[in-house]
Design a protein around this ligand. Structure first.
Ligand SMILES: NC(=O)c1ccc[n+]([C@@H]2O[C@H](COP(=O)([O-])OP(=O)(O)OC[C@H]3O[C@@H](n4cnc5c(N)ncnc54)[C@H](O)[C@@H]3O)[C@@H](O)[C@H]2O)c1
Ligand SMILES: O=P(O)(O)OC[C@H](O)CO
Length: 331
């Protein structure tokens, strides 16, 4: 069989980890990065100089590109792995024809700010990608642990089960187990919302709250996510599954969590700008909380955790005061 040709778009940790996983299988990867020097470095030394630099990339299977129109040529699968805030800018070089007939995989756990759309909805609106072309990579998995080849699990969601199963096969390897699911939008929304919860966990940690409080916060957050999903996209789903609860747990508790780290700085008194400047990485929850809060103005679901994080980050409310109020609402 001829190897599957896959274009991966993005130069960060998750793109690097996905390439590491995929290249365990029989694939050819066309990797788009925006930075010319990084691409040149990868061509020469076979590792990403900025993210997960300890990961060696297969020289025959992985080919870096800096022109996106070139990178997508001949690929049957496009994997999007840039933060949601940059997707519109990055894809502006492409036309709807570049997506036609391909499997479009979103590895993004964020919304498209401004339009408050899930990445799949945004691609449908702007590039005419049809719903059954999409797969979403979900599940509790940090790029840093993939780099260490620690056993991980991923869920591949698509409304087309066959497509999810095929892509799940390509993402399965020695240290990654995968399974398909059909709750495309539920999984995508949950992945966006768990980042908001991780921000809340970080803020509370930064304020000095302990494990007892965090356990209550996370269990209340799961109920908040359920209330929102039941209204925005009702579907028979088991929220105890690893794509939902599992992802919420890893992001809330892990030392690798970008969102928790960002939140912790806010709880300790950093401004948003200084917390962002400290990180070489992107905390998706910062953008997501604005989108979800704005979407919820229409639905009016009871979401005290989202509201508190929004008020702290966007209205500059005191974290101590907001969390003191939230404390009274948790059960
Ligand atoms: N890192 C993980 O473990 C992990 C796991 C699952 C999902 N994700 C998701 O993957 C997506 C990518 O995150 P990541 O962790 O790879 O990013 P990261 O935080 O490691 O790196 C930041 C990324 O943003 C890009 N970037 C920064 N400024 C940019 C700009 N102006 N224009 C275009 N790109 C710009 C950088 O090139 C880099 O790719 C996010 O949606 C994230 O939620 C990450
Ligand atoms: O935990 P974070 O904030 O680094 O987000 C990364 C992934 O979404 C975890 O699955």
């Amino acid at each position: 069989m001829t190897p599957e040709v896959i274009t991966v778009i993005g130069g960060g940790s998750w793109a690097t980890a996905i390439i590491r996983i995929l290249s365990e299988n029989d694939v050819r990867i066309r990797w788009w990065l925006r930075n010319r020097q990084d691409a040149e470095h990868i061509r020469k030394y076979h590792h990403n100089p900025r993210y997960l630099s300890g990961v060696t990339l297969h020289p025959k299977k992985v080919k870096p590109f800096t022109r996106l129109s070139e990178a997508v040529k001949g690929a049957g699968i496009l994997v999007l792995a840039v933060p949601g805030a940059f997707i519109s800018d990055v894809l502006s070089q492409l036309r709807p024809e570049d997506f036609a007939g391909k499997t479009i995989v979103s590895a993004i756990k964020g919304m498209v700010p401004g339009e408050n759309l899930l990445v799949t909805d945004w691609l449908e609106k702007h590039y005419g990608v049809s719903q059954d072309q999409f797969c979403v990579i979900a599940g509790p998995c940090h790029a840093e642990e993939v780099a260490l080849e620690k056993q991980s699990y991923l869920t591949i969601a698509s409304s087309d089960r066959e497509r999810a199963t095929r892509f799940a096969g390509l993402m399965r390897c020695r240290f990654v187990n995968t399974h398909p699911l059909t709750d495309l939008y539920g999984v995508e929304y949950c992945a966006v919302m768990k980042n908001i919860v991780a921000l809340a966990c970080g803020i509370c940690h930064g304020l000095g709250f302990g494990d007892n409080f965090q356990a209550v916060l996370v269990s209340n957050a799961m109920q908040e996510i359920k209330r929102f999903l039941d209204v925005i996209y009702p579907y028979y789903r088991d929220l105890m599954g690893s794509a939902y609860l599992g992802d919420l747990l890893v992001t809330s508790y892990s030392q690798f969590s970008r969102n928790r780290t960002f939140g912790s700085m806010i709880g300790k008194g950093y401004s948003v700008t200084s917390a962002q400047a400290e990180m070489n990485m992107v905390a998706e929850g910062y953008y997501a909380v604005k989108s979800i809060d704005e979407i919820n103005r229409k639905y009016e679901v009871d979401m005290p955790i989202t509201r508190a994080v929004y008020t702290i980050l966007y209205e500059k409310a005191s974290p101590a005061t907001e969390i003191a109020q939230l404390k009274e609402l948790l059960t």
